[in-house]
Structures are given as structure tokens and as C-alpha cells.
Design a protein around this ligand. Structure first.
Ligand SMILES: Cc1cc2nc3c(=O)[nH]c(=O)nc-3n(C[C@H](O)[C@H](O)[C@H](O)COP(=O)(O)OP(=O)(O)OC[C@H]3O[C@@H](n4cnc5c(N)ncnc54)[C@H](O)[C@@H]3O)c2cc1C
Length: 454
């Protein structure tokens, strides 16, 4: 039985009705329904502390939840109990143009922060494709990435300081408000990417940059992914590091045909989007050199956006990839593996083989600059069959064989937990179990995630 949160916070902030609890039972992972006993919509740090204190007193598990857009089941309350939602903690408390940081609550949507900082002539680089629907608390908990990570890095690089509350409700601040700071252990580093298993983040100090004055984008069409992969290396060797280098494979292109503002040529076997930012006088020549490198590598078409609306049109092709693939099957499982950039073409070959062997259709797109590929398993059925398990297992094995890692930006959550021992050694897993115990000795915060039991 969960505590009487209604008495403490008012009935409007507690959800117990099963139909209204439905949305707190699922996320974007497609891993199924895990209904909590209740969801509590906190509005402040005090309320987070209260919920955590009451849950500890009653020994009830608590699953923190941002916007529920996670792809690995991190926000699913697999042991029931309470979902602690931060969706009402949406204040942007400060945008500091002198010292280049923002102070935000965890429920702020990533896109809303970006709009606010851009209005101040500033730039917050992390740009998960889900930025219109995901929260900054979720981004910090997952160490989210996005297309611009190739040049600017992932969320961790923009978290200067965190206010957070432990299970039981004790709160503290770690980090700083300055661009540098190395006192003590890197507790902020431990919390970023901890997927709500160590603490609930209640406020974040995020680093900002001056906005780049100019941006240029091109889309190049290749006969196949191997040639596109070679073009990626050539573009990088030119020296102006692109801020994004995105790849779409043949299967994704076929699903997108007729749906994008850019007309996809018949012979398109792979697409590359290259984006470069910087000073206006440097960006124009740099994107032209990138276009020439694509042509020399074998591109059959190169489209250079001439203005902002054309730039947005080219990106629309990439943005439509996820919803289009999702609509094309009964259930989609999105993998998030990373391989060394030089192994992208080999990985795509392995995916084709695995798909042919298991009869599980796959479509792949992703951040080619980082070697981070979203391999989408497109299922005709809601149920996972042995063939789907075999396809997932083979994709994980192939990733590790090629020198890669099993998750680039979506976290481990529930989806990847089984595979962690394939990548990490028993001593490393034991060390991480001990780390979890330091933060959460009674295993009340988001239990049943990331590290499998011994
Ligand atoms: C269409 C689509 C595209 C996507 N593209 C990208 C992409 O490009 N890059 C990328 O990195 N991800 C991407 N994602 C995945 C997802 O959007 C990110 O993982 C995002 O960071 C999750 O944020 P959220 O607010 O939805 O978190 P949720 O799904 O609510 O939670 C995710 C995890 O964070 C924890 N958590 C949430 N808030 C807190 C808090 N305040 N304190 C402690 N723990 C907390 C939860 O317990 C859970 O473990 C995509 C998802 C979709 C649906």
C-alpha cells in the first residue's frame, strides 16, 4: 500500500485511476506495460524529498520519470510502486549570458530550452532527435546525444552542476557554476547516465555556448552504404569538423520514398547529411569542399541547401525516419549500437546477413560521424519471437566483434541489461553493483535496471 500522498500534496497531484495511470506504465521502448501503484506529479524539490522520504519509510520502489520518451525502458516501473514524475517541474530559472550557463528544472523540454537560449543569442548543443518531446532531466539521466554530438559531444559535457535527492529524501548539490571545477570526485559524472538509479535530479546547471554565426547543410545520395562510409572518412579528413554527419541506409530510404519533401532518386542506396557551422566566411567554402569530397567518393547527387528553409527540408528526411519506420510495422525495436567509424559498412553488411538469416526486417540510420547506428528491427507481431531474440543477440555479438559498444545514447535500461555482461567484465559489474549500493543501499530507486543480478 502506497503512502497517503493526497493528504500531503493534494489529490490533483496523485494519479491512481488505472486509465490515467496507463501513460505512466509505458515509454517509447515498446517493451510493454508495467503499471505502477500510483504516479506523483512533483512540482518542487521539497515535494521530491517528501515522496522519497515516504517511499523509504514504506519500503516502496520509486521510478523517476521525465517525459517518457526513453527507448530502453528506463522509466518503466518494473517492480510497481511509485512513479515520481518531474513533468510539472518546467521552470527555466536563469539564462546567464555573461557566464554562459542556464539553471533549469528537470521537466523542461529540451526544445524549449533551445528556443529560449537561441532567443538570447546562445547555443545549447545536445540535440536528441526527440528534443520536442523529451525532458532535460531524462537527457541528463540517459546522457543523451544527437546529430550534433559529433562536433560538440553529448549531454555530460554540458552539465556543470546538479541538485539531486537520494532515496530517503536527502538533497545536495554537486559540481559548480564555472566552466572548470575538479574538487572531490566527479559525482556529476557518476550521476549523468545513471538512469534514475542513483538519485532524482531536481535542478541542473547547464553550460551554454555562443551561437555559431553560420550553418550550412548538404544531402548526398550514394549507390550504397559502403561508398557513403568512405565519403564520411574523406569529409572528416578535410579538416573542418562537421557538426553532424548522418547516414540513412537503403531500407530506411525505401520506407521514406514519397514521404519526404526531398525527392529521393531511384538509385539511392544510402544518404548522408553533412552539416558544418562556424564563421560565415569559412562555412560556405567548407560545405562546398565536403560536397566535392562526396562526389569524388561516388555520390550520384549532392544537394546543397541555399537557405534556412531548404536546410530544414533536407533535415526533414532524417527527422521522418523514426516515425515512418514506426508506422510501417506492428512493433519496432530500436538498437543504438556504436562501432568504430571505419567498421560502419562492415556492420551494415552484418545486419543484412542477420536479417536474411532470421527473416527479421531491419532498417538503419544514425550518427555516422560517431559510428552510432540505430538499427530498427521491424516486427509484424507485438510478441517477441525466438527469431527476434536471435537477431538482437547477433547484432550485439557483431557489434562487439567489430570493436564497438552496445549503447551510444539510449542507455542500458531494461532492454540492454541482459547484454551488459557480454561487454563488461565480472569485476566491473561487481564494482558498479557496489556503486549503486553507495547511492541507494536499499535498492529503492528504479530497481531492476542496468546491472543484472549476480
Ligand atoms: C523519436 C525518438 C527519437 C529519439 N532520439 C534520440 C536521440 O537522438 N538521442 C538520444 O540520446 N535519445 C533519443 N531518444 C531517446 C529519448 O528521447 C532520450 O533517452 C531522452 O533523454 C529521454 O528523456 P525523457 O525525459 O523522455 O526521459 P524518460 O523516458 O522519462 O526517462 C529516461 C530515464 O531517465 C530517468 N529520469 C528521468 N528524469 C529523471 C530525473 N529528474 N532524475 C533522475 N532520473 C531521471 C528515468 O528514470 C529513466 O531511467 C529518442 C526517442 C524517441 C522516441
Amino acid at each position: 500500500m502506497t503512502p497517503d500522498f493526497e493528504r500531503e500534496l493534494g489529490a490533483s497531484r496523485v494519479v491512481r485511476d488505472s486509465s490515467r495511470l496507463e501513460r505512466f506504465s509505458v515509454d517509447e521502448s515498446g517493451l510493454g506495460r508495467f503499471p505502477p501503484e500510483c504516479a506523483v506529479l512533483c512540482e518542487s524539490r521539497d515535494e521530491v524529498e517528501l515522496v522519497l522520504r515516504l517511499c523509504q519509510e514504506h519500503r516502496i520502489p520509486v521510478t523517476p520519470r521525465g517525459a517518457g520518451s526513453g527507448m530502453t525502458g528506463g522509466a518503466l516501473p518494473v517492480r510497481g510502486g511509485v512513479v515520481l514524475s518531474t513533468e510539472k517541474m518546467t521552470r527555466i530559472k536563469e539564462i546567464n549570458s555573461d557566464d554562459l550557463f542556464a539553471v533549469v528544472e528537470p521537466g523542461v523540454l529540451t526544445g524549449d530550452l533551445q528556443t529560449a537560449v537561441e532567443a538570447a543569442g546562445l547555443f545549447y548543443p545536445p540535440d536528441p532527435a526527440s528534443l520536442a518531446i523529451c525532458s532535460l532531466g531524462g537527457n541528463v539521466a540517459e546522457n543523451a546525444g544527437g546529430p550534433r554530438a559529433f562536433k560538440y559531444g553529448v549531454t555530460r559535457e554540458y552539465v556543470l552542476g546538479l541538485n539531486f535527492s537520494l532515496a530517503g529524501g536527502e538533497s545536495m548539490f554537486a559540481g559548480c557554476r564555472t566552466p572548470k571545477g575538479v574538487t572531490g570526485y566527479d559525482v556529476v559524472g557518476a550521476l549523468v547516465g545513471s538512469e534514475g538509479t542513483f538519485a532524482v535530479v531536481t535542478e541542473m546547471i547547464l553550460k551554454l555556448l555562443p551561437a555559431p554565426p553560420a550553418v550550412a547543410t548538404l544531402l548526398a545520395v550514394f549507390p550504397d552504404a559502403r561508398i557513403a562510409g568512405q565519403a564520411v572518412s574523406k569529409v572528416i579528413q578535410l579538416g573542418s569538423r562537421p557538426r553532424a554527419l548522418e547516414l540513412l541506409d537503403r531500407a530506411t530510404i525505401e520506407h521514406l520514398r514519397g514521404r519526404t519533401p526531398y525527392r529521393l532518386p531511384e538509385n539511392a542506396g544510402a544518404l548522408l547529411i553533412v552539416e558544418i557551422d562556424g564563421e560565415p566566411e569559412g562555412v560556405g567554402p567548407a560545405i562546398e569542399r565536403a560536397g566535392q569530397a562526396c562526389e569524388k567518393s561516388g555520390a550520384v547527387e549532392v544537394v546543397l541547401a541555399q537557405n534556412e528553409s531548404e536546410r530544414r527540408r533536407l533535415w526533414e528526411t532524417r527527422r521522418l525516419a523514426n516515425p515512418t519506420l514506426k508506422a510501417a510495422c506492428r512493433r519496432k525495436i530500436a538498437e543504438d549500437i556504436v562501432v568504430p567509424r571505419s567498421q560502419i559498412a562492415a556492420m551494415l553488411d552484418r545486419v543484412d546477413q542477420i536479417s536474411a538469416e532470421t527473416k527479421v526486417a531491419c532498417a538503419t540510420y544514425g550518427h555516422a560521424g560517431d559510428g552510432n547506428l540505430h538499427i530498427n528491427l521491424m516486427l509484424d507481431d507485438e510478441q517477441l519471437t525466438p527469431q527476434v531474440d536471435q537477431a538482437m543477440d547477433s547484432i550485439m555479438r557483431a557489434t562487439l566483434d567489430l570493436g564497438g559498444t552496445l549503447a551510444g545514447e539510449h542507455g542500458t535500461g531494461l532492454l540492454k541489461m541482459k547484454y551488459l555482461p557480454w561487454e563488461q567484465s565480472p569485476p566491473l559489474l561487481r564494482l558498479q553493483r557496489k556503486l549503486k549500493k553507495v547511492f541507494d543501499p536499499e535498492d529503492l530507486l528504479n530497481p531492476g535496471k542496468i546491472i543484472p543480478n549476480d
